[in-house]
Design a protein around this ligand. Structure first.
Ligand SMILES: NC(=O)c1ccc[n+]([C@@H]2O[C@H](COP(=O)([O-])OP(=O)(O)OC[C@H]3O[C@@H](n4cnc5c(N)ncnc54)[C@H](OP(=O)(O)O)[C@@H]3O)[C@@H](O)[C@H]2O)c1
Length: 253
């Protein structure tokens, strides 16, 4: 089987590190031109875009700000001319105990929803309209989480909820726009070794994460990227609306 994504433009959000970086790298290896989105890590993102080649470029946007999410889409279209694939990967997991003060707990909830769910929703809205106007193929791949199905620790109520919302959004897009050529998928990783999961490891210990899985080692970003690339190719289009679990056997539903 040969995956060829040359001539396709892909926006990968949160591609400066972790899972997004691995996805961007695998897509470019298959020939895609990648819009490498980042928030703070400008050097990593620009470096990555340069290494990826295929005229890939880095784009900054803080997803806590609605106007920056919107302008990101405009800037990508302005530079690339079109977009064929959107990958909503950027996210935050903010440790917020239930004993936190009202203001801090509510701010943390709102920030999580804005970055993890609202920004992804706005980008889906922009991408769907773009695909419909061009009468072109369009694929959306949303990086959700095992937490959407299994739930999460008490400190990550907002995180799990934002990821559950993403699952419903993906299914709705798949049902609504399939006949117009738009497909949507969820990838639901379990624990993946990245900066995001480091806080969890520090709090609960590596054994907590490894004891949970049925495989011999913890999942790494490189274990997620091939599935995303395969879906991006169109070979899985008849799985539109579905969620592919990549959680090392820790939660099979
Ligand atoms: N790691 C896991 O165990 C795990 C499990 C299940 C699902 N996931 C999901 O997988 C996705 C990637 O996670 P990861 O572990 O690779 O995370 P990560 O290593 O912490 O990277 C997060 C990415 O999101 C970007 N980002 C953070 N805050 C942002 C903001 N305010 N605006 C725009 N972008 C922002 C970061 O950009 P900068 O670095 O440029 O600031 C970075 O590229 C997330 O959606 C996460 O929920 C992760």
């Amino acid at each position: 089987m040969y995956v060829n994504l040359s001539g396709l433009n892909v926006l990968v959000t949160g591609a400066s590190r972790g899972i997004g970086k691995a996805i961007a790298s695998k897509l470019a290896e298959a020939g895609a031109t990648v819009a490498v989105h980042y928030n703070k890590n400008v050097r990593e993102a620009e470096n990555l875009a340069h290494v990826l080649g295929n005229d890939s470029q880095a784009f900054q946007a803080d997803f806590a700000k609605t106007d920056e999410v919107n302008s990101l889409f405009d800037r990508v279209i302005g530079e690339f001319g079109s977009l064929e694939i959107l990958i909503n990967n950027a996210g935050v997991a903010i440790d917020t105990p239930i004993t936190e003060t009202d203001k801090k707990w509510i701010d943390s909830w709102n920030r999580t929803m804005m970055i993890n769910l609202n920004a992804a929703g706005i980008l889906c809205y922009r991408a769907i309209n773009h695909f419909l106007q061009r009468k072109s193929l369009g694929r959306i791949i949303n990086i959700t989480s095992r937490a959407a199905f299994r739930g999460d620790q008490a400190e990550y109520l907002a995180y799990a909820t934002s990821k559950g919302g993403m699952v419903a959004m993906t299914a709705s897009i798949a049902r609504a726009y399939g006949k117009q050529g738009i497909k949507a998928f969820n990838i639901a990783p379990g624990f993946v070794k990245t900066d995001m999961s480091q806080d969890f490891i520090e709090k609960y210990g590596a054994e907590y994460a490894s004891g949970d899985i049925s495989l011999e080692r913890l999942t790494e970003p490189k274990d997620i990227a091939p599935m995303v690339t395969f879906i991006a190719s169109g070979m899985a289009d008849h799985a539109t609306g579905s969620t592919i679990d990549i959680n090392a056997g820790s939660y099979v539903h």
